[in-house]
Design a protein around this ligand. Structure first.
Ligand SMILES: CC(C)(COP(=O)(O)OP(=O)(O)OC[C@H]1O[C@@H](n2cnc3c(N)ncnc32)[C@H](O)[C@@H]1OP(=O)(O)O)[C@@H](O)C(=O)NCCC(=O)NCCS
Length: 227
């Protein structure tokens, strides 16, 4: 019987394509994620209920840790760590699609429980001792950048650095609109909304406000939002 089915499938290119695709999907889900780890004392603490689809974890360095808690859903995610003593924590039920980038030493990215993204959300740290802290129940749209640095240094004419890299904090229940950018040193208060296309260059610790535009400014107060 098995042989008969095999022959039938091999004769029918349409059926063969479907079965090959199903096999490929099964392989992807069962292998969970691709990983390339170089170095010593690197650890992945992945809860068995976490779901991965088309994800890659690249680590090159020592003593880096990735923690993925219960019921996280990770799609098309790349985790790229190059350096030592970095920590990435995805708390319970985080849904993420995009990139976590830690190229430096002693960096930390933590995403609070229940925070979700659509597509292509990139959180990037490229220098030492910096962090990106995202609170609980935040909602990121797509094509979003969060950077702790400008990637190149600027100096005044006496040679002093004028664009120092700084950590970013996004507190609980913040909605971040499509195509927005959150730059170095920014703190966003709880319950805020970042409008589509915003470039946020300063901190807005005030809560329950809408921040929109380039550069981002408060355009509304006394609001809240629901998913
Ligand atoms: C931020 C947002 C939700 C606010 O909606 P709202 O409360 O109805 O805001 P309003 O349209 O009343 O705008 C208030 C003011 O902010 C300005 N503004 C609103 N959104 C803006 C934006 N994205 N960029 C620049 N200015 C914006 C308006 O022009 C208006 O200015 P004014 O007071 O000078 O007239 C909405 O404008 C937005 O950006 N929506 C897209 C959200 C998104 O990305 N969704 C993707 C799926 S998660």
């Amino acid at each position: 019987m098995k042989e008969k089915i095999k022959k039938l499938v091999n004769k029918n290119p349409f059926l063969k394509d479907i079965i090959d695709e199903m096999r490929e999907k099964k392989k992807r889900f069962s292998s969970k994620f691709d990983k390339n780890i170089i170095g010593k004392e690197n650890s992945l603490k992945i809860d068995p209920t976490a779901f991965f689809n088309n994800c890659v974890i690249d680590i090159d360095g020592n003593n880096n840790t990735v923690i993925v808690d219960k019921n996280c859903q990770l799609n098309n995610l790349k985790i790229h760590i190059q350096g030592n003593d970095n920590l990435l924590v995805l708390n319970e039920s985080v849904k993420f699609n995009g990139l976590f980038w830690l190229t430096g030493n002693k960096g930390k990215i933590e995403i609070g429980a229940g925070t979700t993204t659509e597509y292509n959300v990139m959180l990037q740290i490229s220098e030492d001792n910096l962090s990106i802290q995202v609170g609980e129940d935040c909602m990121f749209s797509s094509n979003i950048l969060v950077w702790t640095q400008d990637w190149h240094h600027i100096y005044d004419l006496e040679g002093n650095l004028i664009n120092e890299s700084k950590s970013v904090i996004i507190k609980d229940h913040v909605w971040i609109g499509y195509d927005s950018k959150i730059l170095k040193g920014v703190t966003i208060g709880s319950n805020n909304i970042i409008g589509a296309g915003a470039v946020v260059t300063k901190s807005y610790e005030e809560e329950n406000v809408v921040i929109a535009g380039n550069p981002g400014r408060i355009v509304k107060r006394d609001i809240t939002w629901k998913r």
